[in-house]
Write a protein that binds this ligand. Structure first.
Ligand code: HEC
Ligand code: HEC
Ligand code: HEC
Ligand code: HEC
Ligand code: HEC
Ligand code: HEC
Ligand code: HEC
Ligand code: HEC
Ligand code: HEC
Ligand code: HEC
Ligand code: HEC
Length: 537
């Protein structure tokens, strides 16, 4: 029944279709007066006539009976697209001769006057599969899907291995008819094969695997037509809203992230899809979670979270990587060399690049990229030791995060504490010490141990008696090798410049590490000159 002998073919087809409930006759494409759908002719009884006529049709095969729409479509485009969709060609134009909504359904070439449709319908009404002439929100069509394209996009399967039902046209182009068969509605929506498990989509796309059951179908996030996002065909206007359509507290088992984002301090994830310019400035859920490969389960601080999946990053040397191997590499995309956030606490040594603060060569640092330099940290609580490694998200997470015993979702989404911190950490001067005021530090450093002066013999005097915040003396991140020194900035010492000032006598603002639990300071604080003050005294 292929192209040869079209009149014969049509006749045979009519016969076949009549005996076959799944053919055109029993489908919404039967637009005759006797058709099963809501869109029908007033009195026309022929079924094929809306699309084909054995005589007086157009020269377009197969005996096409409709005017073909003229070019003027806006075609699909996105930054990641490798294919080159042009104006619709081939059979896609046939479908669009009704589905773009510009040509009346009853306008057929073989009749002098249009076939009248019931209810005064002329062109395909909105909401009835009218996909319009703006195809930016529809799956791309009318481009060659060949090995050259596959070589540019490793996430495509070879067109040579398509299932028999899924076929390209004679020019190797992907058309509407690659996914749809206008004559057969057995799989509903005239699909060439069923798609309830995304088997149609995955016959061409291999996006990687996920263990998150709810993410297992493409339709969890995508829709092939009239997609609200345009580029990437997402079912909401942007990535975040797509994810939050489930992660908003209304879908069982899906962590409520919408609630996190409403907190005082949050990552603004509402970037437009497919933005121009520096991706680092456009935060979305997909900045940290790869939509297709994120999995459930927890990882270790030295490996990337399973629920980040295969996500891009910036490594410890500042180079982009296709697949981050640790959480910090994901954060470094935006908070390292390209960082433009002002420090929350102004310090003697200013550094916006967290990569330089945490790198293994740094003077002193919390152990994010590698284990720390200090082998004597008596305040550490189990399971923390001087060989531990931690995530940025140990400190930067929801204050209700499960990681510190809460019941809320973990992750760097939002927090009711400034600095997107996982627990309270006051940085204002003259604040009365309590377990809660420095809760963040006390999660890992034993409060009693610190206040018993096991390392710095003046801890209690400063913290409790003089009401000085930890942040007056300590930098919570680290001190870059090019800016500090092993004697001047051990123990994360980097004074806050709104509390600690140069010594009025010597003009110096300095710490000097002079040995194990020994040191001296040159500075003025709370009106007291240290010129210097030494410990132990
Ligand atoms: C809603 C539009 C529509 C209706 C109604 C319709 N067809 Fe088609 N038909 C098409 C399109 C589009 C093609 C081209 C598809 C392709 O080549 O894959 C086509 C192709 C064909 C072909 C060529 C087959 C091939 O694979 O090349 C035959 C034969 C055919 N139709 C017969 C019929 C018969 C008989 C009827 C009436 C029972 C009918 N069609 C009704 C749209 C329609
Ligand atoms: C003669 C006009 C016409 C042509 C040509 C046409 N369609 Fe349709 N199509 C319709 C109408 C009318 C409906 C029914 C809409 C409704 O009732 O909501 C429809 C419905 C559909 C549906 C939805 C079916 C459902 O169960 O909801 C799909 C999918 C579809 N068409 C795809 C195609 C494809 C693909 C082509 C080209 C191969 C095509 N159509 C060609 C008129 C046409
Ligand atoms: C890559 C595969 C693919 C291509 C190409 C494709 N479609 Fe679809 N289309 C689908 C799937 C899958 C559905 C069913 C969506 C659902 O069930 O929600 C669908 C649904 C539809 C519907 C039903 C209405 C709707 O929005 O769900 C119409 C009409 C339609 N397609 C027409 C077309 C036309 C016309 C073309 C060519 C311009 C085309 N399709 C190209 C996969 C495709
Ligand atoms: C017959 C093969 C085929 C089928 C079936 C198919 N696609 Fe595609 N799709 C492609 C090709 C080829 C591209 C172009 C890829 C590129 O240029 O990198 C594409 C592009 C896309 C894009 C846009 C990619 C971008 O970079 O902007 C999305 C989103 C998409 N497909 C989703 C789907 C979904 C969802 C389904 C199932 C409803 C589906 N596809 C079914 C072949 C297919
Ligand atoms: C959990 C939501 C989700 C699921 C499920 C999902 N996607 Fe996506 N997809 C996205 C988001 C979000 C983007 C945009 C990514 C970006 O901007 O980084 C995207 C982008 C894409 C792209 C274009 C970019 C690329 O990586 O090539 C294609 C193609 C695509 N998806 C196909 C699919 C297919 C096919 C399936 C089913 C096998 C699927 N997606 C399942 C959310 C999802
Ligand atoms: C259709 C609803 C739905 C959509 C859309 C959706 N999710 Fe989910 N997601 C869930 C459900 C339900 C679970 C948990 C249960 C499970 O394993 O299926 C989950 C689990 C997750 C997990 C794993 C948690 C863990 O560690 O076990 C992450 C991460 C996640 N989603 C992020 C996202 C992101 C990012 C997006 C958007 C790109 C998204 N989700 C879109 C429903 C959804
Ligand atoms: C795609 C870019 C991007 C990535 C990736 C990213 N961030 Fe951010 N981050 C931002 C932006 C932009 C802000 C400023 C607030 C806003 O507008 O979202 C911010 C704010 C913050 C803040 C609050 C700063 C303040 O001044 O209150 C912290 C803390 C933070 N991010 C930590 C992290 C951590 C930890 C990671 C890795 C898990 C990370 N970020 C990954 C872009 C990013
Ligand atoms: C030990 C806890 C801790 C760890 C680990 C940590 N931070 Fe912070 N971070 C803080 C605190 C506390 C602040 C608040 C300002 C201060 O005290 O200097 C902060 C501030 C920030 C800010 C705001 C700008 C600034 O410098 O004040 C950003 C952005 C940030 N951190 C990102 C990160 C990234 C990215 C990582 C991992 C590479 C990370 N943090 C690891 C505790 C931590
Ligand atoms: C700045 C990076 C970043 C962004 C942006 C981000 N996340 Fe996360 N997300 C994380 C981190 C870190 C975790 C915790 C990972 C771990 O410990 O396993 C996480 C965990 C999750 C979890 C699992 C929570 C749990 O405890 O079960 C879900 C679900 C999730 N994110 C969804 C989202 C959604 C939806 C968005 C967009 C609205 C988003 N994330 C944006 C960093 C991010
Ligand atoms: C998630 C656990 C954790 C949190 C929260 C935490 N620390 Fe630490 N801290 C560590 C570990 C582990 C080390 C050991 C590093 C080493 O051996 O060099 C350490 C070391 C230190 C050191 C010694 C560093 C050096 O290089 O000499 C200081 C000072 C310190 N922390 C202060 C703080 C302050 C202040 C806070 C609150 C903002 C805090 N820590 C929060 C785990 C934590
Ligand atoms: C007045 C300055 C100052 C303040 C305020 C201060 N520290 Fe320290 N801290 C030091 C000095 C100096 C050392 C180094 C002692 C040594 O090893 O010589 C130190 C060492 C540490 C160490 C590493 C050794 C150990 O005890 O485990 C930790 C952890 C620490 N401080 C935590 C804190 C916390 C938490 C706070 C606030 C509750 C705080 N510090 C407030 C000056 C200060």
């Amino acid at each position: 029944m292929k192209r040869a002998g079209l009149s014969v073919g049509l006749t045979v087809f009519v016969a076949g279709a009549a005996g076959q409930p799944t053919g055109v006759v029993n489908s919404p494409h039967n637009l005759s007066a006797g058709g099963p759908g809501t869109i029908r002719a007033v009195s026309e009884s022929e079924v094929c006539i809306f699309c084909h006529a054995p005589h007086n049709a157009s020269p377009v095969q197969p005996l096409w009976n409709r005017a073909m729409p003229v070019d003027g479509y806006t075609v699909y485009a996105s930054r990641s697209l490798d294919a080159l969709p042009g104006q619709p060609t081939g059979t896609s134009k046939m479908c669009l001769s009704c589905h773009d909504g510009t040509i009346a359904l009853g306008n057929v070439i073989s009749r002098d006057s249009p076939i009248l449709m019931a209810g005064g319908v002329t062109t395909l009404p909105e909401g009835h599969g009218r996909i319009g002439t703006d195809l930016r929100d529809d799956h791309p069509i009318s481009f060659r899907f060949d090995s050259a394209l596959v070589s540019k996009d490793a996430k495509l399967r070879s067109p040579g291995s398509l299932p028999a039902a899924v076929h390209l046209d004679s020019n190797s182009e992907l058309q509407c008819t690659t996914c749809h068969d206008a004559h057969n509605n057995a799989n509903s929506k005239f699909l060439v094969m069923r798609n309830e498990n995304s088997q149609l989509c995955t016959s061409c796309h291999q996006m990687g695997t996920t263990t998150v059951a709810a993410h297992n179908t493409c339709s969890a996030c995508h829709q092939p037509h009239s997609a609200p996002s345009g580029p990437y065909l997402l079912k909401r206007a942007n990535i975040s809203d797509t994810c939050l359509s489930c992660h908003d507290g209304n879908t069982p088992r899906a962590a409520n992230i919408a609630n996190e984002l409403r907190k005082v301090n949050a990552h603004d994830t509402h970037s437009t899809v497919d933005p121009n310019g520096n991706a680092a400035e456009h935060t979305s859920c997909a900045s940290c979670h790869d939509p297709h490969t994120m999995s459930s389960g927890s990882g270790t601080a030295t490996a990337v979270h399973p629920n980040f999946g295969r996500i891009t990053g910036t490594n410890g040397s500042g180079a982009p990587v296709a697949a981050a191997s640790a959480e910090y590499e994901v954060c470094f995309k935006c908070h390292a060399d390209s960082s433009n956030l002002q420090p929350i606490v102004g310090r003697r040594i200013t550094q916006n690049n967290t990569r330089l603060e945490f790198e293994p060569g740094a003077v002193s640092f919390h152990p994010v990229m590698t284990q720390g330099r200090n082998s004597e940290v008596p305040s550490l609580k189990a399971p923390w030791t001087t060989t531990s490694v931690m995530y940025c998200s140990h400190c930067h997470a929801s204050e209700t995060s499960r990681r510190f015993g809460g019941v809320g979702p973990s992750g760097t989404h939002g927090s009711n504490f400034p600095g997107l911190l996982a627990a309270r950490y006051e940085t204002t001067d003259r604040i009365s010490e309590s377990a809660s005021v420095y809760d963040l530090c006390y999660k890992c450093h034993d409060r009693t141990n610190i206040l018993n002066d096991r390392s710095f013999p003046e801890h209690k005097k400063h913290i409790v008696d003089k009401r000085t915040p930890c942040s007056a003396c300590h930098d919570a991140h680290g001190i870059a090798s090019s800016q500090g020194s092993a004697t001047g900035n051990s123990n994360l010492i980097n004074f806050a410049t709104n509390i600690v000032f140069p010594d009025r006598r010597t003009g110096r603002l300095e710490f000097r590490d002079t040995g194990r639990f020994q040191g001296e300071c040159y500075l003025t604080c709370h009106g007291v000159d240290h010129s210097p003050k030494r410990y132990p005294d």
